[in-house]
Design a binder for this molecule. Sequence first.
Ligand SMILES: Nc1nc2c(c(=O)[nH]1)N[C@H]1C(S)=C(S)[C@@H](COP(=O)(O)OP(=O)(O)OC[C@H]3O[C@@H](n4cnc5c(=O)[nH]c(N)nc54)[C@H](O)[C@@H]3O)O[C@H]1N2
Ligand SMILES: Nc1nc2c(c(=O)[nH]1)N[C@H]1C(S)=C(S)[C@@H](COP(=O)(O)OP(=O)(O)OC[C@H]3O[C@@H](n4cnc5c(=O)[nH]c(N)nc54)[C@H](O)[C@@H]3O)O[C@H]1N2
Ligand code: SF4
Ligand SMILES: [Mo]
Length: 734
Amino acid sequence: MLFNRTQKNPVRIADKGVVEWKYAACGYCSTGCSIEVGLNAKGRPVASRGVAEADVNRGKLCLKGIFEHELFDSAGRGTHPLMRDNWHEAWQPADWDTALDRLHGEIVRIQQRYGRDSFAIISTGQMLTEEFYTLGKLTRGLIGTNNYDGNTTLCMSSAVSGYKRSFGSDGPPGCYEDFEHTDCLIAWGSNLPEQHPIIYWRMKEAQEKRGFPLIVVDPRVTMLAQNAHIHLPVTPGTDVVLMNAMMHVIFEEGLEDRRYIDANTTGVDALQAEVAGYNPAMAARICGIDEDTIRNVARLYARAGAAMSIWTMGINQSTHGSDGVVGINNLALVTGNIGKPGGTSLSITGQCNAMGTREWSSCSGLPNYRLLEDPGHREEIGAFWGVDPDFFPKQRGLYQTDIYPAIESGQIKGLWLIATNPMSSLPNTARVRKAMENLEFCAVQDCYQDTESAQYAHVYLPAGTWAEKEGVMTNTERRVNLVKPITPPPEQAKPDLWIFNQVARRFDTNGTLSFPEKPAEIFREMTVLSRGRLADISGMSHELIEQCRGVQWPYTQEQAESGEGPPKGGKRIYTEDATFSYPDGRARLIPLPFIDNNEVPDEAYPFWLNTGRLIEHWHGRSKTGKIGNNNKYSPIPFIEINPDAAAEQGISMGEYVRLVSRRSDAVVMAMPTQRVPKNMLFLPFHFHDCANRLTLGLLDPYSRQPAYKQGAVRIELISDQKAAARMSMEMRKF
Ligand SMILES: Nc1nc2c(c(=O)[nH]1)N[C@H]1C(S)=C(S)[C@@H](COP(=O)(O)OP(=O)(O)OC[C@H]3O[C@@H](n4cnc5c(=O)[nH]c(N)nc54)[C@H](O)[C@@H]3O)O[C@H]1N2
Ligand SMILES: Nc1nc2c(c(=O)[nH]1)N[C@H]1C(S)=C(S)[C@@H](COP(=O)(O)OP(=O)(O)OC[C@H]3O[C@@H](n4cnc5c(=O)[nH]c(N)nc54)[C@H](O)[C@@H]3O)O[C@H]1N2
Ligand code: SF4
Ligand SMILES: [Mo]
């Protein structure tokens, strides 16, 4: 006995009576942790634990993963298909055949009456890849609407666009292991400890061993900024100016890597000419970072043996989102930091399978990064699926953020929402609401029945979620991992794959196209289509993926057949010499002139409104709002406000205030904290009818992603605090 029982109580872990552990990849964020869910003797999920031998998380899980088994029978799950004639009427239960016939009938009716593109489909980054691929085949091959997009336009579209502009293709080049090799890390607009806790743990462990400098660019003092060697509280929306000024210093001081630039890129002269205009003293006035700090950071980054950048929504969600990504890539390319261990430009993805949808959903093109614009790609996929290539559109259709205005204007009449909740997640809720009311027909397919968007649906299709289904997901570092069915969907709810196959059958009564029912079979079909492509998965199978706890792409059939031991897959997708996806193999250095085009604070609306996330919650809280251990941390909407600003406005801790923007208003609790500067409020967007009532969401010109993080608001005091508290408690929802 190491301790004396009379002095100390030993910690006892409650015995949940687990008789079997089942494997899955976590269904929340894009970190891609391997998880095991414990089932008790009755077969009910009662515990979650991390998988020790999984390279990603090495036994760890975060606050969301550790309670993930509680999702299965949480409140609000949809158990039966529902229907009604008008969205303001009461729901009537329906059987699956009736509900699916209605969906099929309405798609056909609307397309016949108003044209093929008048029916829109919006999907997600939160289904399994085989489901994405099947939905893509159904939409591109049978339904034929070109207005088909994912919620990834709200999230990863700037990263996709920036990668394509710089490297000729989407696909994050680096991996988590790069933290173990880097000599300098810049994190742009990314709050890793809260939003990707296990990637943070991997980074922190590497940093504690080797002590490389961590530079955090974020207007807030986030948890990551608290851990930084240098924190750059950039003026919102001006990162591109900071990047240009850093490159100015790099060229001025001869710190660029000429050999790399000459061998691997084009466009250096135009870039150099552009950044010549951004001397740090001038740039400081725009981006808010002083000249010395800009010089210091530029030198640290350029002189490091290997330097890397990571970024998330602070960059993507801006009117300069795509340019911000290109700017990060420019910095990496001029210093020779793409394609070597520790030298990379790694977009940290958001949702668990945002990568899977980019690779396989056909939302913006055809499977595996093929393009609608390329006649060869249309021919190839047409022949493979058995679809006349002329049936495919010749260029991509509207982005999600352009679909909504098209609903408002009456150009789009019908909508099928799959695993996304725009009433909570799109900017400017009042406009979204108007659009939803305008629809002749809307179907919502969600694992929860109580989402805000379902209020406007004519048909509700109850879906299974996460490990009620089988299939793969791709994480931030291109690792394909497996989700296995741990428990069946509740009552009559069905896996999304089943739903897509049933709809396909209604469009393709002759069975001309093949829609396999088994995820492993669909995966095999995908491996064939991936051969020789950037995202080559031809060496993978469900079994191999489970055995390895995830395999990174590319992993080819040749590698699998070479018998070289357990597959490591592709850690990096570009090497140090000219392997980029442009025909000449070279990356593009692109000049980025800066135009200030955001809504900025003024006298009437004096505060920046910055919106984002908390560790304990997931988006619209359809999941975490129902899990007590998550929801208790922040059950009601609140703002971070600087204590000096609070004092000036006469607001004390815990007081309810009204935020007003040019769009609408929202009631929140004030939480004074030094995390935000005096002219900024930070509002988590997890609460219903709150943050996005206020946001404007100007769009990036390349990626059409909304600038959720730059808007202006004022604060009004509320005299009736009790009424405000009641209102806020109602928003607890659960
Ligand atoms: N717990 C939890 N984890 C999640 C999610 C969740 O909902 N909950 N969602 C997942 C998804 S889909 C995503 S996309 C990721 C998002 O992950 P993150 O992007 O890390 O999270 P956010 O809080 O949206 O924004 C990050 C930071 O951007 C900063 N920022 C605001 N404006 C600017 C600017 O102009 N420049 C710079 N440099 N920074 C700025 C904000 O202050 C904020 O701290 O998280 C994923 N992980
Ligand atoms: N103000 C502000 N707004 C933002 C952001 C921000 O930072 N600030 N971030 C944006 C970003 S990055 C993102 S990714 C979006 C997220 O926006 P949304 O996609 O609207 O967010 P979720 O609440 O995750 O919605 C997913 C829905 O899918 C359901 N679901 C989960 N799993 C399954 C499944 O397997 N099958 C089916 N059929 N349904 C399922 C859930 O119940 C939920 O209703 O929000 C964006 N909106
Ligand atoms: S870090 Fe992300 S993937 Fe890992 S357990 Fe947490 S939510 Fe799941
Ligand atoms: Mo996201």
